[in-house]
Design a binder for this molecule. Sequence first.
Ligand SMILES: [Zn+2]
Length: 113
Amino acid sequence: MAADRYLTCAACGVRFVWTALEQAQAERAPDRCPACRLLLPANGRRRGVVKFYNAARGWGFITPTEGPELFFHRSGLVGPTVLREGDLVEFAVEQTARGAQATEITRLEIEGE
Ligand SMILES: [Zn+2]
């Protein structure tokens, strides 16, 4: 049985415990602490902020955390999502004939809002 190990988070520099149980279940050591892992988007998805949204016309732009801004259409919103400028969103990127576009857009709920 392996022992608990201490690792250092590559994102925030905090030391955290990688338990023997987690070691047995994981293929490789996590590079980020549990808190930083919670802040990461789900696999294959990205995060950004709504830069502009014209609800009447149903399209807008998202400024991603990395890379150029992305166009989106309201058909890319998941469910009854209501977006406002400045909202934090998570999305997938789809390549279309008119270039990269954000799709499967969900608004991230922020505690206390
Ligand atoms: Zn961290």
